[in-house]
Ligand binder design. Structure first.
Ligand code: C5P
Length: 201
């Protein structure tokens, strides 16, 4: 039987961590849909046409190295504004969402476009400064050399592009429960997300 948990929110809001923990807790498959756009964005940076890249995307592309950088994140948000690219990635995501045994998908448009029928929808937010701090820490720990201000500018730029685009903009579904993680530790944020899912089961 299908049971879909849709988790949307801006960059570094905590949605990825929440999604992974929910998947582990309920034994559901997990798809980080940002990786699809990152894999296409990375190929665009390498000179490939983004629509060709989206249409020919393979699991190896999505599991590839170097997808978590700021530059690739920016490229991902540029290709994600192209309706044809989004369309090319739609069927795969929809099929994943409705697979037997349960699925957790995190992204920007899961509850609104990919799976409006999802049984549980969570919209994860946090202040831009908190998100930039988290992302800065992650990037520095991974050996990237960039300042907090650069990361904050990147967060703002990506927010504007993701919320302002015409096709599948970042916004909460009408029936999503919002969790603001600005002042929450990860355990508390996950506990709240679990409560939302339990209430829908
Ligand atoms: O979540 P992540 O930061 O990895 O996503 C990278 C970019 O991919 C986002 O800034 C957004 O533009 C795009 N994206 C999207 N729809 C999704 C997931 C990601 O447009 N469902």
């Amino acid at each position: 039987m299908a049971f879909t948990i849709a988790i949307d929110g801006p960059a570094a809001s905590g949605k990825g961590t929440i999604a992974r923990q929910l998947a582990a807790r309920f034994g559901y498959a997990h798809l980080d849909t940002g990786l699809l756009y990152r894999a296409v964005g990375k190929q665009m940076l390498d000179g490939r046409d983004p629509l060709d890249a989206a249409q020919a995307l393979t699991p190896e592309d999505v599991a590839g190295e170097g997808l978590r950088t700021n530059a690739v994140g920016q490229a991902a948000s540029r290709v994600a504004a192209l309706p044809e690219v989004r369309k090319a990635l739609l069927d795969f995501q929809r099929a994943f969402a409705r697979r037997d045994g349960g699925a957790v998908l995190d992204g920007r448009d899961i509850g609104t476009v990919i799976c409006p029928e999802a049984e549980a929808k969570i919209f994860v937010i946090a202040s831009p400064e908190t998100r930039a701090e988290r992302r800065h820490k992650e990037l520095v720990e991974a050996g990237h050399d960039l300042s907090y201000d650069e990361v904050l500018a990147d967060v703002h730029e990506r927010d504007e592009r993701d919320m302002g685009r015409a096709d599948a903009p970042l916004k909460p579904a009408a029936d999503a429960v919002t969790i603001d993680t600005t002042a929450l530790g990860i355990d508390e944020a996950v506990a709240r997300a679990i409560a939302v899912v339990e209430a829908a089961r």
